[in-house]
Design a protein around this ligand. Sequence first.
Ligand SMILES: [Zn+2]
Ligand SMILES: [Zn+2]
Length: 285
Amino acid sequence: MKRAAEQRILGVHVSIAGGIALSLERARELGCNAMQIFSHNPRGWFVKPFGDEEAAEFRRLREKYEIHAVIHTSYLINLAAKTADLLEKSIALMKAEMDRADALGIEHVILHTGSASGVDPDEARNTALGSLRLLARLGSWKSRILFENTAGERGDITSKMADLGFLLREIGPELAGGVCIDTCHAFSAGYDISTASGIERLIGEIEEHIGIDSVKCVHLNDAKNAAGSGVDRHEHIGMGQIGDEGIGLFLNHPKLRRLPFILETPKKTEDDDPRNLARVRKMFA
Ligand SMILES: [Zn+2]
Ligand SMILES: [Zn+2]
C-alpha cells in the first residue's frame, strides 16, 4: 500500500569545502531533506572553533531549507587507542566535535567508537568506556553521540548489536543518543541483510540489545564484499552484494522507514550521488 502523505528522509554525505553552510546548498541541490557532514577537515587534529556568524548562517539556512543534519566524527578519533597520547588527542577532538554540533544546532554526532588490534576486545571496550566517561566530565551538550556499528575489521569492537547495546547502557542518555546502523557494515560483519530473513535477524538483535527506538539514523550503503567478509568497502546502491532487493526491503521495513537514510556511497563522478539517490527514491514504497 502506498502511503502518499508519508515524508521519507533521505540524504548523502556532503562536502563542507568553502564553508560549512555550503554543505546545505549541496544537499538542497541534490533534492535531499537530510545530509551528513564532517564538521571540519577530517584529516587534521587541530580544529579552530566556528565564528559566531559562520555558525549562525548555518543554523539559519538549515531552518529555511528544513534539512535534517548529522555530523560524522573524524576517523582520527580512536577512543580505544593503545597509547595515552592517541587517547588524549581523541578525547580532545571528540569534545571539539560535540562543541561544534552544539554551535550548529545539530542533534546527533556519529562515532566509530574505536579499535585496537592485538588487544583483547573486552579490554579495548573498557578503554573506550573510560574515554567516553572522561569526555562526559569535560562538558555537557545538547547534542548526543550515536554509536555506529562497524564492519568487523581487525581490532573492531562495535560490529555486533550487543556491542552497541553495551555502550549505550554504560554511557547513558546524557551523552549517548542511540545508534546509527550502517547497512554495509552490518552485512560485512555477518548480518546477511540481502534477504528478508537476514533483515529480521538483525532487527531481532537490535530489539534484544538496543531497542528499536534507539536507532536514530541509517547509513544506507551497498557492500562490495561478501556477507561476513569483515571488510569495510561501500558500493553503489543496488550494485553490491546486498543488492536492490535487500536494500529495498530494509528501507521500507515498517520498523525502519521513519529513519533518516544517509548514503555514503562512492563518489567518483558528479553523477554518482544523483544516480544513487534516484535509485533509492524509486525503491521507496
Ligand atoms: Zn557509515
Ligand atoms: Zn564504512
